[in-house]
Design a protein around this ligand. Structure first.
Ligand SMILES: [Zn+2]
Length: 201
């Protein structure tokens, strides 16, 4: 038995099993943020939401989601007229948690028309709006929040609770503001003027 155990076949099988267990735990550790984040009804206590602090001391608004779907500024359309985009769009599924990019006070939670359901945070002369959010707000007006603290979730594409909502998708269903799919639109206004969020993040 002992002789058999130390034969090469057993050693190779053992090595494969150990390698599999090692790789499995390695991938779990590294991709936990991306797989768990949207499935929990409350922020996951195992995720450190303050991990992505930029050199400018602001937190990335959507931990685990780095895809920018539209940049700030004038974007070229197919027509002669180019359109102005007041913020930064970050692609993220409905339910994805987003965080306060800096310390501040919540000054608005509600419907803002083209921005859909929106959470607004103020820090001195900066006014930071998170548009197309979930209408199930988890922060209250007047609440003080800290950088990296979860303040809301990316909302659904369609919302049905706004009377006479002028924003509709191609099927005629009312949408969460002017948008074609779930994402976070982040606007930063400095002294009332919209600035490029990437100058801060
Ligand atoms: Zn946008």
């Amino acid at each position: 038995m002992l002789k058999k155990f130390f034969s090469s076949r057993y050693i190779i099988i053992s090595l494969i099993v150990f390698l599999f267990i090692y790789l499995y735990s390695f991938f779990n550790l590294y991709f936990a943020n991306y797989t768990i984040i949207n499935d929990n009804p409350t922020p996951n206590p195992n995720i450190n939401y303050q991990t992505s602090i930029s050199s400018k001391c602001f937190a990335w608004p959507v931990p685990g989601c780095k895809t920018i779907t539209s940049y700030f500024g004038y974007r070229q359309g197919s027509a002669v007229v180019s359109s102005y985009h007041s913020g930064l769009d970050i692609g993220a599924p409905t339910g994805t948690y987003f965080v306060a990019i800096t310390d501040g006070t919540i000054v608005n939670t509600g419907w803002t028309g083209s921005g859909g359901f929106t959470i607004t945070l103020v820090n001195q002369n900066l006014r930071i709006s998170y548009c197309h959010s979930s209408p199930d707000f988890i922060v209250k007006i007047g609440q003080k929040v800290s950088r990296g603290e979860v303040i809301g979730q990316v909302g659904p594409k369609n919302v049905y609770t706004i009377p006479n909502n002028p924003y509709k998708d191609s099927k005629g269903n009312p949408t969460n503001g002017a948008m074609t799919g779930p994402h976070l639109h982040l606007t930063i206004r400095k002294d009332g003027v919209a600035v490029n969020p990437l100058d801060y993040l």
